[in-house]
Write a protein that binds this ligand. Structure first.
Ligand code: TMP
Length: 215
């Protein structure tokens, strides 16, 4: 059995507040990895193109209203419906660069401060999903993020909400986290991200089992 066969792709996750540069950095990382001969794919959550994703999209744009708990479960279901495809890609040796996942799920709902929907409640539906090998947390103050051309029009794109989201993210940091200061230049952020990614891709090529999230 060649080492290629026993290995697997790495699950690399970008998290952070809105406008911290996740989307740019995740796209650049995929290009970089491909240039190095790594089979890399860009994924993002919410995936707005499934039936559940369309409901989420309509909620985020303000077109529809929904109960906070129900919406939280939709975001989680949107990850579960992609679980098999994620596992198949990782085991086929593809590295997944993912723009948001369950950490956003827990941090955003917990930030709403709805009685009963505390952080533990928010984490529960995502327990057992494939866990990332490395979380790249792009850290940026919500004030600095707001100055970056301002927020868009979606539901959570308000400074107060983003401040609370970053407090919740801090409570979710675990041993897979790498915090990168996103206020640096794009190039400086990029080179730190590349180093983290290359380390994770190299160790996953040895075939460590994927972990299950929050178990
Ligand atoms: P996006 O801007 O990365 O497409 O994300 C859409 C918004 O949805 C963003 O404000 C973060 C929020 N969100 C949740 O509330 N729960 C989740 O599970 C995810 C993935 C995102």
């Amino acid at each position: 059995v060649s080492s290629q066969k026993s290995g697997r792709g790495a699950f690399l996750l970008f998290e952070g507040v809105d406008r911290c540069g996740k989307t740019t950095q995740s796209q650049r990382l995929v290009e970089y990895l491909k240039g190095k001969g790594v089979a890399a794919e860009l994924w993002r959550f919410p995936d707005r193109y499934t039936a559940i994703g369309r409901m989420i999209d309509s909620y985020l744009s303000g077109e529809t209203e929904a109960d906070d708990a129900a919406v939280h479960l939709l975001f989680s279901a949107n990850r579960w419906e992609k679980r098999e495809a994620m596992l198949a890609a990782l085991h086929a040796g593809h590295t997944l660069v993912v723009d948001r996942y369950a950490y956003s799920g827990a941090a955003f709902t917990a930030a709403k401060k709805v009685p009963g929907l505390d952080l533990e409640w928010c984490k529960a539906p995502d327990k057992g999903l494939p866990a990332p090998d490395a979380v790249i947390y792009l850290s940026m103050s919500p004030e600095a993020a707001a100055l970056r051309g301002g927020y868009g029009k979606e539901r959570y794109e308000k400074e107060e909400m983003q401040k609370e989201v970053s407090r919740q993210f801090a409570l979710l940091a675990d041993d897979t986290w790498h915090t990168v200061d996103a206020a640096q230049s794009v190039k400086a952020v990029e080179s730190q991200v590349q180093e983290i990614a290359e380390g994770a891709v190299a160790s996953c090529s040895k075939g460590p089992p994927l972990r299950l999230l929050w178990t």
